[in-house]
Design a protein around this ligand. Structure first.
Ligand code: HGY
Ligand code: MN
Ligand code: MN
Length: 429
């Protein structure tokens, strides 16, 4: 590999710089106290709740402590910038700090807090990078309260207008714009945002691959396609005891059959196809009433767009036929639809090369989970660094990554960001 640097950094050899492991672990522990889930290491900070606000306030305070120039935009994305020797678009890292209801302390949080850590190391070493550095957290990455997921970064890159996003209604009935104002994060920074020079996201894998292969770093090549739908099946509420089976119009049965079919469909299509029915609500949801209505979500994902479309079509056909046979009607609402994304090969190569140079085992891999990086990839060279997840567990308070792996991931992020921030032109790989 040959790199041409625009300007020498102010210290002879930045490749020896390393993060402060204890300080990173402390940052993760401090943030995890906000929305802590009793008896676990996890935390719950659904987007734009009081817990999310408290988490935001903690990270913004840390950005100010680092002397970063902090901006908040109209969807609540927060960016802290460390000036460089030159102006122009920063090399950005970051992720999200909102969580699901059964969240772990690493999902998203690692990428943001490691971003703060690498900036603290760079400042302490007296380095002023050629390019500015930025660390960001994006609003509502999880999408579980306000769909779609990666909402803040989608608006950041111009994939949805902020006006449309502010009207989104939560699963609990709240309106996004009202919640953003309520927690005081309806900022003024312009949207869509100016493109960073590059974006690198450190994130836990949230799956089993790295651990099974005893590999420390994932050089993520892209993110699989995501299809989220909300399905509402309407039948007829009736007495559970007196209504013969052949006279029922039971949307609860349709929902259950559809959930079972989703599993069969994924198995039939084979990996990497996955299918999840994660949220189900019956109305009136009582033991002795055949439901009037069943509302459920279906999450389909695949690295291949045409197979994902096939999965959507087969699911829709099964749903239509099953509902018709049961005398029910169906309405579906798209909650999220993102095609598979391929990351910038130069940056992926840099992640892989940096991990190897630091002495870590590394493998290329796609991401099964959605990430803000898949949105930033629309506007700048983007890639991700994965660290292993113990037992492949995530979206579970028991989510865990060893301190060694956290440290390795953060050091790879540090060196990748430093390389990108010191180049004047693209580099020969
Ligand atoms: O749904 C996802 O993949 C991400 O956790 N938002
Ligand atoms: Mn995440
Ligand atoms: Mn997540």
């Amino acid at each position: 590999m040959h790199y041409r640097y625009g300007v020498d950094l102010s210290v002879p050899n930045t490749t020896d710089l390393r993060i402060d492991r204890a300080r990173l672990l402390r940052r993760l522990a401090d943030l995890a106290t906000i929305g802590a889930i009793d008896g676990t290491e996890g935390c719950a900070r659904l987007a734009l709740t009081d817990e999310d606000k408290a988490g935001r306030d903690l990270v913004v305070a840390a950005m100010h402590d680092l002397g970063l120039a902090v901006t908040v935009d109209g969807i609540g994305n927060v960016v802290g910038v460390l000036p460089g020797q030159t102006d122009g678009p920063p090399v950005m890292c970051g992720s999200h700090i909102d969580t699901v209801r059964t969240g772990g302390r690493y999902d998203g949080n690692l990428g943001v807090l490691a971003g703060l850590e690498i900036i603290e190391v760079i400042k302490a070493a007296g380095i002023t990078p050629y390019r500015p550095l930025a660390v960001a957290f994006f609003t509502d990455e999880e999408g579980s309260r306000f769909a779609p997921d990666m909402l803040g970064s989608l608006v950041y890159v111009g994939g949805m207008t902020v006006e449309e996003a502010l009207t989104i209604e939560a699963i609990d009935g709240a309106v996004l714009g009202d919640e953003l104002t309520r927690i005081g994060y309806d900022g003024a920074a312009p949207l869509p945002a100016a493109a960073p020079y590059a974006f690198v996201e450190l994130h836990i894998e949230q799956g089993p691959v790295l651990e099974v292969e005893a590999t420390t770093i994932g050089a993520v090549t892209g993110v699989q396609g995501i299809s989220w739908q909300e399905v509402t099946v309407t039948g007829q509420s009736n007495h559970a005891g007196t209504t013969p089976m052949h006279l029922r119009r039971d949307p609860g049965f349709v929902a259950a059959a559809a959930a079972a079919f989703a599993r069969e469909l994924a198995l039939d299509l084979g990996p990497p196809q996955v299918a999840t029915v994660g949220r189900v609500e019956f109305q009136p949801n009582l033991v002795n009433v055949v439901p009037a209505r069943a509302t459920f979500t279906v999450d389909l994902r695949n690295t291949d767009e045409s197979t994902l479309q096939k999965a959507e079509q087969r699911f829709a056909e099964y749903l239509r036929a099953t509902a018709e046979a049961e005398g029910c009607t169906v309405e579906t609402r798209e909650l999220a639809r993102f095609e598979p994304v391929t990351f910038d090969s130069r940056v992926v190569d840099l992640v892989e090369h940096t991990a190897t140079t630091l002495g870590h085992s590394v493998r290329r891999m796609p991401s099964g989970a959605g990430h803000d990086a898949q949105m930033l990839a629309r506007i700048c060279p983007t890639a991700m660094v994965f660290t292993p997840s113990q037992d492949g567990l995530s979206h579970n308070p028991g989510e865990y990554t060893t301190p060694d792996d956290l440290e390795a991931g953060a050091n790879v992020l540090l060196q990748v960001v430093l390389q990108l921030a010191s180049e004047e032109h693209t580099f020969d790989v």
